[in-house]
Design a protein around this ligand. Sequence first.
Ligand SMILES: [Zn+2]
Length: 225
Amino acid sequence: MKICIDAGHGGKTPGAQGKKTLEKYINLELALKLRDELVKNGIEVIMTRTTDVYIELKERCDIANKNKCDYFISIHCNSFTDTSVSGTETYYYNGSKEGMELARAIQNAAVQYSKNKDRGIKTASYYVLVYTAMPAVLLETAFISNENEENMLMDKTWQEGFVKNISSAILNYLGIKPNDGTIPEEPGSSGRELSDEDRQKAIEELERMLELMTQSVNKLKDIIR
Ligand SMILES: [Zn+2]
């Protein structure tokens, strides 16, 4: 399973501007955290950028397509002239059933964690949704133009919880059991040490089986003779 994560904007294209920060920084912070969560769960992640650099939209799609990624997730912050406008919305390409399902899973997880206004899932012909060969979604995490949401987006603890919830939703959508940090049992192992009593019982059981087998072999010998 290979997922391409796209941190929107970067370098000379800052994206939307908040009072204290720029969209490109928030997008990258969230994208890197989402990468770490997914990698922890055994998913291969391809990033369109890991630093504050300018990357053309075409190149972002090329990266996902050349790497034959299974899904493409673009992370953005929303903005509007009316600073009271707030909430979260997720876009997918019209007609992509998988894109719609993934968008719904991510949208629900984002809103569940942030308690932001649920602006729903929507279709759009954004470049990265159109020119990626795999199901693609674009998450508008929150409005950077809204002071409350900008503060929330900048909060590192909030970022971690938000991304974790989204990662869980993606894993759930993919049917992958989240790795909760416990070491998985090796196949065939009982996962525990045998007590002396259990060991003694196992030996007795083996001896009993061996005796039964010996009896059977002797019976067969009698028949053959
Ligand atoms: Zn953006």
